[in-house]
Design a protein around this ligand. Structure first.
Ligand code: ZN
Length: 326
């Protein structure tokens, strides 16, 4: 009997053959590295749930940035941990807020580095929510005003990209109008367009010290069960003037990444979040998985799903490992 079948293994016969037909690649330029800037002095705290990730004060930022540049990272995403918090998150939009100070420092010393400013209030509010709170309600339109102020303060300090993350309705429209009015027509918006209310954010809340003090974020972040809602969220952000679309988290939402990639013509950014990072670290520290292979597989999976860019705490490791394999 003559069997009819395809010989797919022809294209897997050697490392060079596999490299020849490889469809997706990871490059240093693909990564955006998150940084936690701590207001204070002589701080370089490793986040206990995120080994290898540090909160750093401004006096340690020079060394941190030198390390980042040495690795070949071109873009950083800044989060701030302020000394004082209040109901309205004033340190988010104060001219001398910690992210604005860090932005000025990096722009002066490392002008070629792209600074993406996370535009939110939760690290700066005493209640830990991403907007203005009345009773137990998170008020949408009142929150927009403060977000606009934050975005303009960040742009004034020198941020290259504004990345609003709080999932209030109309945040892209409001920030675009606010930036334009302040003269920042050339500053793009990287919108957290599709952000799910995820358990995978747990370790980040330790790193950024911004856990909500009551309730949860389910009235503004999305239900993990929903797909059509992702289209509605992305569509409105595109209509409002977004320049990049973020999907967050990454691994459990790669179907959504592909949906967004297929249906919108903007750069797609995946946020490989803290919980995803910590799970791999924990397993690797126990000797249960091969960290290098697992992380690189996770990241290439995001590219294959449609990511143009990946925000990841593993950026330094990934670039180092990619170089090892060259
Ligand atoms: Zn927030």
């Amino acid at each position: 009997m003559e069997l009819q079948f395809s010989r797919h293994r022809k294209l897997r016969s050697s490392a060079n053959m596999r490299a020849l037909v490889r469809e997706n690649h990871l490059r240093a330029e693909d990564f955006i590295y998150p940084l936690f800037i701590y207001e204070g002095e002589n701080v370089r705290n490793e986040v206990s749930s995120m080994p290898g990730v540090f909160q750093v004060s401004l006096d340690h930022l020079q060394a941190e940035m030198e390390d980042i540049v040495a690795h070949g990272i071109k873009s950083v995403l800044l989060f701030g941990i302020p000394k004082t918090k209040d109901a309205c998150g004033e340190q988010a939009y104060h001219d001398h807020g910690i992210v604005q100070e860090a932005t000025r420092f990096i722009k002066e010393k490392f002008p070629e580095i792209i600074i993406v400013a996370d535009t939110c209030l939760c690290e700066y509010t005493d209640h830990g929510h991403c907007g203005v709170v009345k009773g137990e309600q998170i008020l949408n339109d009142q929150s927009l005003e403060l977000l606009v102020k934050t975005a303009v303060a960040q742009a004034k300090a020198g941020a290259d990209i504004i990345a609003p993350s709080n999932m209030m309705d109309g945040f892209v429209a409001a920030i675009r109008a606010g930036l334009d009015e302040a003269g920042f027509t050339e500053i793009p918006i990287m919108s957290y367009a599709v952000k799910y209310a995820s358990a995978f954010y747990g370790p980040f809340r330790e790193a950024a010290e911004g856990a909500p003090q009551f309730g949860d974020r389910k009235t503004y972040q999305m239900d993990p069960a929903n797909r059509m809602e992702a289209f509605r969220e992305a569509e409105s952000d595109v209509a409002e003037g977004a320049d990049f679309l973020i999907i967050k988290p990454g691994m459990p939402y790669l179907d959504i990444v592909r949906d967004v990639k297929n249906n919108f013509n903007l750069p797609v950014v995946v946020y490989n979040v803290s919980g995803e990072y910590s799970m791999v670290k924990a397993a690797a520290l126990n000797g249960w998985i091969d960290e290098k292979k697992t992380v690189l597989e996770m990241l290439i999976g995001m590219k294959r799903a449609g990511a143009d860019l990946i925000i990841t705490y593993a950026a330094k490791d990934a670039i180092r490992w990619l170089k090892e394999d060259e």
